[in-house]
Write a protein that binds this ligand. Structure first.
Ligand SMILES: *Cc1c(COP(=O)(O)O)cnc(C)c1O
Length: 609
């Protein structure tokens, strides 16, 4: 995996220069530099960095590809997009989305009452709001309130019951009727691990019979003119474009049929989300088989073709891509706290004045190993080690000799790996996997990478520095929860190699990329770890600015959030110290001060790293 697959997943958002990973934008700060600046303020634990320029880049990409496809295909409808809030509802993500999207009239999509309230408070007039998901009368009434307040809102019905409620509310109040959309239950299904949203057995949408019924109901209520949109969503992270094309044909024909049935104000097709993000670090298993170019031209071309054949007005095209817009904007940085097998360090060698002859030979092998003799010497070393183990078992050498032998052989393997890294033998590769190192990261996978825990979703990971040396340690990553699922195991099919670092002498940071979609709200407080400290990084021509700090919750706050009385907890702890015996008043006061400080910090580890 050259350069940690940067060419595959990073979309040129990052580059490697001077051994560090840098933002490939304007003044090009390195991630390490940003992290060190933040940590100089006594911040420890994991850090989440948001880069608004990467959101802008994705919004611009989406709009420009669709606009280009529209022009190329002489398509008559317009392109519109909304951001589905469920993908990231956090304030500084939404702020970046709405700010960066303002020039495009980029809107918001809501899937629950809380999201709808958020959308109503954050969408500028003129931009669209779409509403999906199951709705009750209250939620539908909120839609009327939004329309009355001047929002361009479309309520997309998931079933006939919702339509009946809309008609009821319309009947009962004088508020402006929102646009109505119909989610169609597709015959075709999606692809990828999230593909549960399409197909005959899908959770959402109206069957053709129900759609006809809906038209009848609307016509009877004299509201057919409110029907503006046909919608489908075939599931997130579409790996294959074929199911989308099928869905488009289906939805396109339904649109055309409904226009012919008299739905004259029906003017949009909303193709939902699902546009995939490349998470892969290894060429052989890309996450998707299409580009944004192919995606946008396929959509525009197919819809144009269907409408031309049926002689129907070209619909405006809506997308609700979420993952594609925000995944890249957030990077999780975690310090490495420990390498578990750091005990095999050369500095721990402790030779005697006279050493066993086999050990002397190992010393020579270690000293004289070079590119030409490396495989032969490696075999000799492995053979000697076996013999030395036997000698130890028989009582001929002591523990110090054995320790020296183990360190030397580890070193010889590491040197051989280094010399042959561009062309390792099978044997070397196997040894490399065996020499697997466990890197303890100061973070919680449950909190910060829940899709890894729940779905096995891989996120690109790489160190922030040392990038001009070849990493040779097969790495598994362990988080600091005490749960054995908090581990990203070494996977020989998608191997991760990291550097051998001495954490007593330097910090080592790992970055997890493309974590801006879904991970934040799905993250859970397992072991009572809270969200990481969060920062928005605005980069300009000459420098960068760190803004919008959100500190992770303190230990007391997190206890409070799950229902404890924080005051009671802290009073109890303080009382126990105050009334304890055998320490001086000064010691008591010092201890109380420490306790006070600990309770105000978050629960991540605060070792120097
Ligand atoms: C989740 C969802 C989306 C967003 O999907 P992405 O894969 O993140 O683009 C869009 N529309 C609907 C209806 C959804 O449920």
């Amino acid at each position: 995996m050259k350069n940690f697959g940067l060419d595959i997943w990073s979309n040129k958002n990052f580059i490697i220069e001077d051994g560090q990973i840098k933002l490939n934008y304007k003044s090009m700060p390195s991630l390490l530099q940003i992290v060190e600046k933040i940590r100089s303020d006594d911040v420890r634990g994991p850090i989440l960095l948001r880069f608004p320029h990467l959101i802008r880049r994705q919004i611009k990409t989406l709009y420009s590809y669709f606009d280009k496809a529209i022009e190329d295909n002489n398509y008559k409808g317009k392109f519109n997009a909304v951001f589905p809030l469920k993908v990231n509802q956090f304030p500084f993500a939404v702020e970046a989305i709405t700010t960066q999207g303002a020039q495009y009239n980029y809107g918001l999509e809501a899937g629950s009452k809380a999201e709808l309230i958020l959308a109503m408070s954050k969408t500028s007039k003129g931009a669209n709001i779409t509403v999906n998901g199951f709705k009750d009368k209250e939620m539908i009434t909120l839609g009327f309130i939004a329309a009355q307040s001047g929002h361009n809102i479309t309520i997309i019905i998931e079933g006939l019951g919702e339509l009946e409620t809309i008609l009821e509310v319309a009947d009962e109040c004088n508020l402006k009727v929102p646009n109505i959309g119909i989610r169609v239950r597709l015959h075709s299904a999606g692809s990828g691990i999230w593909a549960k949203s399409g197909g005959m057995d899908a959770k959402f949408g109206l069957t053709s019979t129900e759609i006809i019924e809906a038209i009848t109901l609307l016509r009877k209520a004299d509201l057919l003119d409110s029907l503006g949109m046909i919608h489908f969503h075939i599931g997130s992270q579409m790996s294959d474009i074929a199911p989308l094309k099928k869905a488009l044909r289906e939805a396109g024909n339904i649109y055309a049929e409904l226009r012919k049935m008299g739905a004259t104000e029906l003017n949009s097709i909303n193709i939902g989300g699902g546009l995939a993000v490349e998470y892969d670090q290894h060429t052989h298993s890309n996450s998707r088989n299409y580009s944004i170019d192919e995606f946008s031209s396929s959509v525009v071309f197919l819809l144009g073709e269907i409408m031309n054949a049926k002689n129907v007005k070209h619909p405006d095209i809506f997308t609700e891509s979420g993952r594609f817009i925000v995944a890249s904007h957030a990077v999780l940085i975690t310090p490495v706290l420990e390498l578990f097998t750091q005990d095999y360090q050369e500095k721990l060698l402790n030779f005697k004045s006279v050493n066993p002859p086999l050990l002397e030979e190992l010393m020579d092998l270690n000293r004289l190993l070079n590119n030409a003799n490396c495989i032969e010497y490696l075999h000799d070393a492995l053979d000697h080690m076996e013999s030395l183990f036997t000698l130890f078992d028989l009582g001929y050498i002591d523990l110090q000799d054995r320790s020296n032998a183990e360190i030397l052989v580890h070193n010889i393997i590491k040197k051989a790996l280094y010399l042959k890294f561009s062309n390792p033998t099978d044997e070397l590769e196997q040894l490399q996997v065996k020499l697997q190192e466990r890197y303890l990261i100061n973070a919680s996978i449950f909190q910060s990478l829940p899709d890894y825990w729940g779905l096995g979703q891989h996120f690109p990971v790489m160190p922030l520095h040392h990038l001009n040396t070849v990493p040779l340690r097969a790495a598994s990553l362990w988080d600091i929860t005490c749960d054995s699922d908090g581990e990203i195991a070494f996977n020989p099919d998608k191997p991760l190699y990291l550097h051998d670092v001495n954490l007593d002498e330097e910090d080592y940071f790992l970055g997890f990329f493309n974590v801006g979609a879904y991970q934040e709200t799905l993250g859970m407080n397992h072991n009572l770890f809270t969200h990481p400290n969060e920062y928005t990084i605005e980069i300009d021509e000459n420098s960068y600015e760190i803004k919008n700090t959100v500190e992770s919750k303190s230990i007391l706050d997190i206890l409070e959030s799950i229902g404890y009385d924080a005051g009671e907890v802290s009073n109890k702890l303080k009382k126990d110290i105050s009334s304890s015996s055998f320490i001086t008043e000064k010691e008591k006061n010092d201890t109380l001060a420490k306790l006070e400080l600990f309770l105000k910090q978050n629960g991540y580890l605060r070792t120097t790293n």
